[in-house]
Design a protein around this ligand. Structure first.
Ligand code: HEM
Length: 484
């Protein structure tokens, strides 16, 4: 009977831990990197104890496939976590909601109405307007020969685009133009990513969160965001009352609320609207900005690739240089080398290196190891991007590796998963990809980019937190195309 028992319950290997905290101390500043190192010793399926939370981490394409495809249905829920609970109005959103009928129906609806190709195309005038503003400001810096802080520029570009698409263009001069707005988004993201003792130590963790001040910060951030949503919704209700038509994301959600749309367990309420707005704000802005920043940093460090991608863009556009030329969505779609550069960026710098944690709802096996219900599950996409079994010279930035190869980012190729996979895959793959392509194509067409004077190389350090972003802002010196 004993033999049968151990056979049935073969748990994944675990690094030895300490009492109470388990393996928490082994995570360090950059958990995806520490876990990658541990996986070299303990294998592609590891079980860690993070405080009280049993957590499984998988680190190869083969094990990622088992999680995201073969056993997706067993593990596509989300754990209850204090930070996300507060920000999502008790999981009234898409990203942090449990796997249930509400999530299924809300996600389906948003995919149909918000994340579709038509919407992405209708965002194009907004993107062009924001891009023109950005090009003008960079032209000025080029003229004055001052470096540009691209991390900041990309963030404000995406704040502009996503907010105008979600909340409408007619609210300039209102809450959206508040200078504090990017800070608000930043603070909320940081809070989501910061270590919360309550999540690992039920019953007593909140004491730690009180002492570290996290609790107060979280409350403040949630309150500020809530005030923002309230103002935004108020403006839309007023606009709709006055019959001024426009069809942004908020209008759509308000219409559903009015129609008393039923999703899963009940009617769509104001809190559900706010939950979805939170996902768009926190899921849509930073992710694109971070990807753009990494891509430009890699290009600046790899002059060969920079030259090649710029030639592709400038050859494709052809003719004399035109200062007010904005490269369209259709044109970017033809830029095959640029697409390879972006894939290579996502391979080496996935924005969400451990994806969003999943929760197991029913038992299954990975590589013969039992994964029990309630376990938290991470796919270490960052480790997969550096797996020498999959990628030749993984530390090198070589976009050509994607030439004549059908690997895409839509969740079917488990060696490249910047948007995750399975039922929980990012619903905005098309929106996110086209955002990044559009910004890079235009900035690479209009300017050459050099290291600022006195700077020899760009550091590629990663900052800690939920996302894998460039730790130090990226500063590059632009040269106008017309001055080349
Ligand atoms: C380059 C841009 C982007 C990247 C790299 C990215 C990446 C991701 C990743 C890795 C996940 C988790 C997938 C998983 O758990 O397996 C995710 C989920 C999600 N993303 Fe994105 N994303 C991007 C853009 C966006 C945009 C523009 C929006 C909205 C406007 C968005 C909204 C969401 C939502 C709502 C989810 C939750 C899906 C669910 O749990 O069902 N993302 N994204």
């Amino acid at each position: 009977a004993v033999v049968k028992h151990t056979k049935r319950w073969r748990l994944p290997p675990s690094p030895p831990g300490l009492p109470i905290i388990g393996n928490l101390h082994q995570l360090g500043e950059l958990p995806h990197q520490s876990l990658w190192k541990l996986s070299k010793k303990y294998g592609p399926v590891m079980l860690l104890k993070l405080g009280r939370a049993s957590t499984v981490v998988v680190s190869t394409p083969e094990t990622a496939k088992q999680v995201l495809k073969d056993y997706d249905l067993h593990c596509c829920s989300r754990p209850s976590v204090e930070g996300t609970r507060k920000l999502s109005y008790n999981y009234c959103d898409i990203a942090f909601s449990k796997f249930d009928d509400y999530w299924k129906e809300l996600r389906k609806l948003c995919v149909k109405e918000i994340f579709n190709t038509k919407r992405v195309h209708s965002m194009q005038p907004i993107k062009e307007m924001e891009m023109k503003k950005l090009i003008n400001s960079i032209t000025e810096s080029a003229f004055e020969k001052t470096p540009v802080n691209l991390s900041e520029k990309f963030l404000s570009l995406n704040v502009g685009v996503i907010c105008k698409a979600a909340f409408g263009v007619s609210f300039q001069g209102s809450v959206l133009d508040n200078e504090k707005f990017p800070d608000l988004v930043h603070e909320a993201l940081e809070m989501l990513g910061s270590f919360s003792a309550s999540d690992f130590f039920p019953y007593i963790g909140w004491i730690v969160d009180w002492f570290t001040g996290l609790h107060a910060r979280r409350e403040r951030s949630v309150r500020d965001l809530d005030a923002f949503y309230e103002q935004m919704i108020g403006l839309h209700v007023q606009k709709n009352r006055e019959g001024r038509g426009e069809d942004d994301f908020v209008d759509l959600l308000l219409r559903l609320e009015k129609e008393e749309a039923v999703l899963g367990y009940g009617k769509l309420t104001r809190n559900h609207i706010k939950g979805v707005l939170m996902n768009i704000l926190l899921g849509g802005i930073n992710t694109s900005a971070i990807s753009m920043t990494w891509a430009m940093a890699e290009l600046a460090r790899n002059p060969r690739v920079m030259k090649k991608v710029q030639s592709e863009i400038r050859d494709k556009i052809g003719g004399n240089y035109n200062k007010s030329r904005i490269i369209s969505l259709d044109e970017t779609d033809q830029l095959h080398y640029l697409k390879m550069v972006i894939k290579e960026t996502w391979r080496s710098h996935p924005v969400s290196p451990l994806l969003v944690p999943r929760e197991v709802t029913s038992e299954f096996k990975i590589n013969g190891y039992t994964i029990q219900p309630k376990t938290r599950l991470h796919v270490n996409v960052w480790a997969i991007g550096r797996d020498p079994e999959v990628w030749k010279d993984p530390e090198e930035f070589i976009p050509e590796r994607f030439m004549d190869c059908d690997i895409d980012v839509k969740g079917q190729h488990f060696e490249l998963l910047p948007f995750g996979g399975g039922r929980r895959i990012c619903p905005a793959v098309y929106m996110g990809t086209t955002n990044v392509e559009f910004a890079l194509a235009n900035l690479l067409y209009h300017f050459d980019w050099k290291l600022p004077q006195g700077v020899e190389d760009i550091d590629m350090d990663e900052g800690s937190g939920l996302t894998s972003h460039k730790k130090h802002d990226l500063l590059l010196a632009p040269v106008n195309y017309s001055d080349l």
